[in-house]
Design a protein around this ligand. Sequence first.
Ligand code: ARG
Length: 281
Amino acid sequence: MSENSPRILMCPPDHYGIEYEINPWMNRSLGAIRELAFRQWKNLHDTLIALGVQVETMPPQPGLPDLVFTANAGLIFHNIFLSSRFRHEVRARESPYFEAWFAAHGFQVEHLPENTYHEGAGDALFCGDTLFAGYRTRSDALAHQWVGEKLGVRVLPVELIDPRFYHLDTCFCPLAPGVALYYPGAFDAYGQRVLTTHVPHLIAVTDTEALRFGCNAVVVGKTVVHNSRCPRMAEDLARAGYRSIEVELDEFLKAGGSAKCLTLRLDGEEAAGWKYHRSPV
Ligand code: ARG
């Protein structure tokens, strides 16, 4: 494994399940099939390893079924781990475990002010030097502004208007500086204008494929790993010079998540401008 190989944090789904309902996808009576979830998760994990990713895993915890969604742990900026402030108490219980993992792995653990909500890399995504920030359902616009000041980066808040696309990473996926996938229907006219103005090459995803969480994809160099049955998006990606790999993750769609939410990039995403500069802090 080379020193420059991408690093991603995942958490095995030993205790995964639909035990509460905090977004429109979750339905307790439907439940999740644990063995199938495990197979799907393992397939994603092994696909990333085959792409040369150094996958770190943190220990699963009983009673924390959503701990698998490591994207929501916090926001990574160089060596800083800015711990999330979850909107829902059932998920706020995950924070001590994430913080312990990051502290033990050499990150500087920082906290947002109390009484604000911010769900980490689920709602804040760098595309170039700009942090695109989704707010309303989970994160506060004010928390995003605080993050911008703290990290010294430009923040562009966009409101998420469709409850099914409650995190920014369900409807926006930066591929490289200036290049991203997005689902226009998740944004109001202003949000769409912010994206079209600041991201010169935007690839729109159809309603059907957005509902398969096609935008919730993991980008490794020029390869995009995403949920199955998104053929149109795969074609558009190919046209833009990206290889697409489908990994079925339907057991996680039941909780409102897919490929991206199951991962947290520890060394900066491909599109993150800061990844190419030295740490200012
Ligand atoms: N059940 C989890 C929640 O509602 C799913 C989180 C998915 N994560 C994401 N980054 N979209 O919080």
